[in-house]
Structures are given as C-alpha cells and as structure tokens.
Design a binder for this molecule. Sequence first.
Ligand code: AKB
Length: 340
Amino acid sequence: METRTILITGANGEIGHGLISHFAEHDGVRVVALDLNTLDDSSKSKCYKTYTGDILDNRFLESLSTAHDFDVIYHLAALLSTRAERQPTIAHKVNVDGTLNLLETAITQSRLQGKEVKMIYPSSIAVYGLPDAGAKEKANRIGEDQCTEPRTMYGINKLYCERLGKYYMNYYRQLDAQPMGGKVDFRCVRFPGLISAVTLPTGGTSDFAPEMLHQAAKGEPYDCFVREDTRIPFMAMPDGVKALLSLEAAPRENLSTQIYNVGSFNPSAGELKRRVKKAFPDAVINFKPDLKRQAILDSWPADVDDSRARKDWGWNPEYDFERAFEEYLVPAVSQFYKRK
Ligand code: AKB
C-alpha cells in the first residue's frame, strides 16, 4: 500500500486531536502535525513529525514544503467566532491570510510533485446570517446557497476562504500565458457546533453545549450564556472527523460542488440541559444570556439542509441526539474526568 503524507494545521485543536487519533489506527498514513503551540504528548506520539510554527510565516511553510511531499492538507487552524469578534484584525490574518498561505503551499506542492494536492477545509454555519430570531424561526433548513450574509468576522473569513479555495481550484492565475501548473483539489464542509467528550473548544459561540456537558461531568455549576430556546445544529466529534474523511475519500466525479453542509441533530439549549441532567442529575445549569453572543446565535440557522452531501458522497451521521449522549458523550466524558 502506498503511504500518504498528510499535513494537519491547527493540530492541537479539537478536530486535530480526533483526526490524529483516527490516522494513528490506520496504516499507510504519515501525519505531519503543525500548531502554534507544542502538540499535546498524547497526540505527539501518534504523528510522524510535529512542528511548532505559525501559518503566517511563509519561510517556515516553505521549509515544510521542502522537507515533505504532502498528498493532503487538512487546514484546521482558525480563530473561532467569539474570539474573532474580540480580535478582528488578528482573526482576519489567521483565518484569511493563513488560509491563503496554505493554498499557496498546496499549489507549490502540486507543482513539485506533478500531481493534484487535496486541501480539506472546515468551514462553518457561521457563514450564514439570518437577520434576527424571528426570521430564523420562519426559515426552513438552510441550503448552501441561502442567507450567506454573515454578521461575524469569523463567518466572513470562512465564506471568503471557501471562495478562495474555489478560485485556487478553478481559476488560479487564469491569465498566465504559460500556466505554471499545479492544481489544488479543494473540498470543504460547513460544520455545525461540534461536541467532543475529551476536548473543550476555545473561543467559539457554540461552546455553550460542550461547556454545559463538561461542567456537569466535573460536578461544577454552569451559567449558560444563551436563552433556553436557542437552537442551532450540533454534531458529535466522531461524526465531524468522519465527515472530513468521507469528503476527502469521495471520487471527484461524484462531487457536484466544493462546499457542503453537514448536519446531524439540533437540540435547543433547554433540550440540551434536560439531556445533560438525565446523565448527571446533580448538575446545576442556569440560563444567563449574554445578549451580544445571543444575537450571533440568533443569526445562525436552526438547521441545515445537507442533502447534497448525502447524495454526492453518502453523508450519514452515526450519532443522532440520543445516541450521541448515550453511546459517546456521557460514557466518554465520565471516563475522561474520572482519569483526571
Ligand atoms: C464557533 O462557535 O465559532 C464554531 C463554529 C460554529 O464554527 N464552533
């Protein structure tokens, strides 16, 4: 079997941990992990090579390109929506310039190797922007081409980078008399909020769900920063990893687009509280909405239409709401805090 080399940026983040663990259990993959911070010991031992470095440092990225032949780039590094509102210019640099640098890395790699290089890119429901909670309630499941009027820096960054990816794939340097060659096969999923049993996100606006669960598992009270009726789509982390891997593996001829919604369940914050309390009856969870973060959530859809992903590459989540809690989140999070 041919060995593939995979670059993962933002490897220390939630999705990075999941992907690295997945690849560690499969032969034929060398993971090169990159993060701004030193990789956790648990992930380090599962990687072929790890680097601490900045995706804004082009010299550093060039040195990576010289040292490795990448078949696939999972570009996960990003500043999430809440953090990006607090540091918009830094967010723009990391989320947009960083992605541009990785697209250039992919093109360079493709030229050097004389073959296409895949770039797998997680986008987000933050690319959507409904005017207010009333419009959100009236809207049905949102399709990829609807309501793309984001109100956050992060959403704008993600939407623009989806388009950059399409540009690099289809029109890059389209006026060159002598095309320099190189081709990026850009593929993107728009993720809902992700819930992991073993990592906590930082700086997101969908963080209230994983925070509620982890605080309950730790036996600590939680003030939830949204209204009880807040509803957005969520997904269990194993399904998030599965979505990226399935899209990467899909035959190109089956893909009718480069950007795909993926969904699995969409409980309200109140329903989440009830499910968490079923697992941890002593949990103390109060709703203390932060009106500014609430307004962001009110602009995100209550659900997404992921029929394109289902049709083109067989997207089918393993976990619905009940199964996610019963078979993954509750057992794994309880185990996690018992070990600590
Ligand atoms: C965030 O809350 O910013 C992210 C997202 C929905 O993309 N989790």
